[in-house]
Design a protein around this ligand. Structure first.
Ligand SMILES: Cc1cc2nc3c(=O)[nH]c(=O)nc-3n(C[C@H](O)[C@H](O)[C@H](O)COP(=O)(O)OP(=O)(O)OC[C@H]3O[C@@H](n4cnc5c(N)ncnc54)[C@H](O)[C@@H]3O)c2cc1C
Length: 425
């Protein structure tokens, strides 16, 4: 079968939020550049972006994560409130429920000073509908902490990832970027810069580059290539001897509804708010993401010890995991779950950088790679796109929407300069 061949200035593989944001910033900075965004799915944002809780927070211990998320949040706020493009963004807050030790920890003390936040005590937590002292026997058996207090990040909340993706997609279309969907890239075509036409090229002593990406009956040639393929980056680059330094970590989400939950969803953390805050239980750190549309909670938990890394073709959530692992904990802390049912479920992956919990952004030859969003790739996508765009354009720094500048190589491998994030959910 002969391949159809096309040529561009830049080919982006992956039309999730990372690929879209990056392509958008490249195109804004270089309007004449011919860009093609390729994805194996029938349309954009069908990978992990579609499976996300899409909560956002600027509560991070690492400086770079704070700068990237707070700037992205400001940009999203601008899109929704100044430009009038609805992103489903609600500033309903991000509530960390904490045991005694964490409540009095230096991390919480420091965060209280540096981010817009509020500490709440046991009484306010009870008013929100939680039990702060779980049943003693259950607590002993399941290692449940007594809740001592809560930390609420205020510049935090929830949004809809498909709407954010739709914003970047529509802007890219207006600027003339091209899309190729249903195109599964199976090979990065490594070639010598100066071809000798001998069998066995490229030889170790030849300078090399990526000439094209191939898959789905198509060959796309370009000056530069950018991979925004998240957890699927390894299979594309490992055959070339490039290590993306990430591991896929499965995350399951259960949509749970019931009469008590419906009431709870409409309760804000104070009288100015009418949606329940995104909440993280003390231990195990199960997330409760309110979904105002369906008046349900999305309950999620990212797999930890005892569950392997690895990719499945079509990851699904396991209802037995919910009933055996999550429900017993929820029942003790949040009594409205006693009369509730799982109405839907799904699963996806975090692209985990287990060394410091931040993105990995680097370049080999004419190939740039962004991965390792480590469970917070929606809330940081705009800044990640600006950084990746700077890398593609050969710039030393990226200027974020907030005006803050980040050295591009800080997120790279060779000169990495990132402090370890301790608040990965
Ligand atoms: C359950 C869950 C909850 C989450 N909650 C949050 C949250 O609350 N807040 C937050 O900020 N983040 C959250 N995240 C993380 C966030 O969703 C991701 O960080 C983000 O979506 C990553 O975007 P991406 O574009 O890098 O990857 P993806 O959206 O996965 O996009 C990668 C794209 O590459 C395409 N692709 C891959 N390989 C190929 C190939 N060979 N050829 C062609 N196309 C290819 C895929 O089809 C896909 O469209 C969550 C993730 C999950 C799974």
């Amino acid at each position: 079968m002969s391949l159809s061949m096309e040529r561009f200035d830049l080919v982006v593989v992956g039309a999730g939020i990372s690929g879209l944001s990056t392509a958008y910033h490249v195109k804004v900075d270089n309007p004449d550049m011919r860009i093609c965004i390729v994805d194996r799915n029938p349309t954009y944002a069908q990978g992990n972006t579609a499976r996300s809780d899409a909560a956002f927070r600027d509560v991070f211990t690492s400086k770079i994560n704070y700068e990237m998320s707070s700037s992205s949040i400001s940009f999203y706020r601008h899109i929704q409130f100044d430009l009038g493009f609805n992103l489903g963004m609600h500033f309903n807050g991000y509530l960390f429920l904490l045991g005694k030790e964490k409540m009095n920890s230096p991390v919480i003390k420091e965060l209280s000073k540096t981010v817009d936040s509020k500490l709440i005590g046991k009484e306010e937590i009870k008013e929100l509908g939680f039990i702060t002292e779980p049943d003693r026997e259950a607590a002993r058996m399941m290692n449940l902490d007594e809740i001592e207090g809560g930390f609420i990040g205020k510049n935090c909340g929830i949004m809809e990832p498909d709407l954010l993706a739709a914003y970047y997609y529509s802007e890219l279309e207006k600027m003339g970027a091209e899309f190729r969907f249903n195109t599964n890239i199976t090979r990065l075509n490594l070639q010598p810069k100066e071809k000798l036409d001998y069998p066995g090229e490229p030889f170790i002593w030849q300078d090399k580059y990526i000439e094209s990406v191939i898959g789905g009956g198509t060959e796309l040639k370009a000056e530069q290539f950018f991979l925004a393929t998240d957890v699927w980056t390894g299979p594309l680059v490992e055959p070339l001897g490039i290590d993306p330094l990430i591991q896929p970590k499965k995350v399951q989400v259960f949509q749970v509804s019931g009469p008590g939950i419906e009431m709870m969803i409409g309760k804000g953390y104070d009288s100015d708010h009418s949606i329940f805050p995104f909440t993280i239980l003390p231990s195990p750190s199960i997330d409760l993401r309110p979904d105002p549309k369906s008046k349900s909670f999305w309950v999620s938990y990212s797999e930890k010890i005892g569950r392997s890394y690895g990719l499945e073709e079509n990851p699904v959530a396991d209802n037995d995991f919910y009933s055996g692992n999550l429900y017993p904990v929820l029942r003790e802390y949040v009594p409205v779950f006693i009369e509730s049912k799982v109405s839907s479920s799904w699963a996806g992956y975090y692209s985990m950088n287990n060394l410091d919990g931040s993105y990995v952004l680097f370049r080999e030859m004419n190939l740039s790679i962004l991965t390792g969003s480590s469970g917070s790739g929606i809330m940081k996508a705009d800044s990640a796109g600006r950084l990746a765009s700077a890398l593609i354009s050969g710039k030393e720094y990226a200027q974020l929407y907030s005006g803050h500048k980040i050295t591009v190589s800080d997120l790279g491998i060779k000169n990495r300069n990132v402090d370890r994030e301790t608040l990965i959910i």
